[in-house]
Design a protein around this ligand. Sequence first.
Ligand SMILES: [Fe+2]
Length: 298
Amino acid sequence: MEIGDWKATAELNSIYRQARELGLETNLAELEAFGFTIVEPGKAAPKAFTDRMLDAVLAVAEREDPKATALGNRAQSEKPAYGRQLFHLAAKDPIFAEAIMNPTALTLGRYLMGASARLYSTVAFLKEGAAGCTNMHSDSVGMPPPFPQYGHVCNISWLLTDYTRDKGTFFIVPGSHRLCRHPTPIEQPKMMGGVNDDEIGMPIEAKAGSLFVFHGNTWHGTYPKKDDGVRAHVVTALARNYVDPAEDFSDLSDDLVNKMGPDFARLIGRNAWQGYGSEGPRYERIIAVQRANQSPAA
Ligand SMILES: [Fe+2]
């Protein structure tokens, strides 16, 4: 059927039309039903683009001191994940801004987070050599349960190398977004120290260049990595407009923001209506959010 300019779905009509145009309707259905989806390599962006992203991640890793981050100087037992996490990538190479603005990534993210979505974080997960599991969790960090059925954050992961079980891919529990809570420690699978059978979840097996997107409620972790190779993905996470983003994007250069355009500026919180003092809110900024929800392509 044709999607009209229906009043009750004013925030959704054009996102849905865009999803259809990009051939993403199956991905929307999978997100609804199971809380995750995979876009095959070459569909969101040419393989050459994700190869360039991998080069950019490795270049950032090369020039940054692993001990210089808040997580990097802690013992492995105190870290939430093995390997390195390279934070705040949006400020480090323009290719990450391109990934954020990629039409497929943005359409799936905005379907989940609303048209007025904000950028939440831009982080690479890089593992070289063997690594242990990351425990099962939801990305609704710090959110008190129960969760609503709709997500407050969504994870948009650009897989830059081949992901398989032995290469330490994601462990995911299909449909767990419907449980609307964090997993408890005892619910961890055995390989992560809990009592559940490891088969409560499944591996995300996908080639380099795939886009793996999941709902913020969905339970996931990672399998142990057994090979010596590089495993890398970049997350360009989005959140609902009222969620405090994990990263502060105020240091992004005006040059970059001007080059990427007003949609990017809104995503990174330039001209956000929140954060006012005694002067009170600037209503034109509130109206801009309302307008974004009704006409995301504008
Ligand atoms: Fe996570």
